[in-house]
Design a protein around this ligand. Structure first.
Ligand code: FMN
Length: 337
């Protein structure tokens, strides 16, 4: 019996299997609006058998975009453009999910990005950010809440707050980027906790809420997995139901010694330390590895990024390889051997 292909409960939602399409920016939107490309791209992964299809980092305000081509959810027209995508994903039996995000100092196309402190990202082409004022902090928390409410109205059943990869909320969590002396610097989990609380309050009770973190910064003086476990324990009571575990992105360094599943030990550590269900992954391509991760309870769901870009039908192919039962689209049943 495959565990990878068994259902999993996330808050008050259930996914048909434990394969989650990782959020991946496609930089293909105009004015933050989803278009034909997004409908086909996400729809194909739902047809392909993923349990959860998560829409890429979607900006909660214009200055929170990584690039001007990012998706957005700061107005109702953007929610209306996403609604048919959520509906199609759900009609195929997958759980429609979306990551809501603010790029902070990594807003590459913004001449005056915002961040906890005026420290630029250490790569070419990044502007020096302005330190956020109290008003900025309140406005961004509000923008996250409003975007979450729009996501729920558009039909998404899992909303993920992006606090990984060196974007705004990750910048608040790390000592390398949060050098503030106020309450938001003394307690680095404070702003992400306020955002999660505001998002939870804006969501209907049955819509699940998650957060993505970078378990480590891969940098001297940066976050360790133990520090991140403490932050998550401080944030979770504000309403987290699942934790998505990635790593890096805060500073411009490559992780050492990567191999298939290299981030799974972080997922295991954070699962044990926080008691939350976790989504783990990174360089997972072999179905047997995904099955091993799920079967041994090392992660409750396995995220797949590039493997699903290479092959939208990875889940249906994996089911066959693992001799597991997967729900094929009825239109394709003549191809199921
Ligand atoms: C094209 C591309 C875009 C990405 N955009 C996002 C994003 O929007 N949000 C996010 O949290 N991670 C993003 N990531 C990271 C992926 O979600 C994932 O963690 C990473 O690709 C490692 O998983 P993989 O080895 O299965 O691809 C992106 C990765 C790729 C390849």
């Amino acid at each position: 019996m495959s565990v990878l292909f068994s259902p999993v409960v996330i808050g008050r939602q259930t996914a048909r299997n434990r394969i989650l399409m990782a959020p991946m920016c496609m930089y293909s939107a105009r004015d933050g609006l989803a278009g034909e490309f997004h409908r086909v791209h996400y729809g194909a992964r739902a047809l392909g058998g993923a349990g959860v299809v998560m829409i890429e980092a979607t900006a909660v305000e214009p200055r929170g975009r990584i690039s001007d081509q990012d998706l957005g959810l700061w107005n109702d027209a953007q929610a209306e453009a996403l609604a048919p995508i959520a509906r199609f994903i759900a009609e195929q039996g997958a759980l429609p999910a979306i990551q809501i995000a603010h790029a902070g100092r990594k807003a590459q196309d913004d001449p005056r990005p915002i961040a906890p402190a005026p420290i630029p990202f250490d790569a070419e082409g990044y502007n020096v950010p302005a330190a956020m004022t109290g008003d900025d902090i309140a406005a961004v928390a509000r923008a996250f809440a409003d975007a979450a409410a729009r996501a729920a109205r558009a039909g998404f059943r899992l909303v993920e707050v992006h606090a990984a990869h060196g974007y705004l909320l990750n910048e608040f969590l790390s000592p390398l980027t949060n050098t503030r002396s106020d309450a938001y610097g003394q307690d680095r989990a404070r702003f992400p906790r306020e955002v999660v609380a505001a998002v939870r309050a804006a969501l209907p009770d049955d819509v699940a809420l998650g957060m993505r973190v970078s378990a480590v910064d891969w940098a001297e003086g940066g976050n360790t997995v133990e520090m991140v476990a403490d932050y998550v324990r401080a944030i979770a009571p504000a309403g987290l139901e699942i934790l998505h575990v990635s790593s890096g992105g805060l500073v411009n360094v490559a992780p050492p010694r990567i191999h298939p599943g290299y981030q799974i030990p972080f997922a295991e550590q954070l699962k044990t330390a926080t008691g939350l269900p976790v989504i783990g992954g990174g360089l997972v391509e072999a179905p047997a590895l995904a099955e091993e991760i799920a079967a041994n309870g090392r992660a409750d769901l396995v995220f797949l990024g590039r493997a699903l870009l290479r092959d939208p039908f990875w889940p249906l192919r994996a089911a066959r390889e693992l001799c597991a039962e997967a729900a094929w689209p009825t239109q394709y049943l003549r191809a199921k051997r």
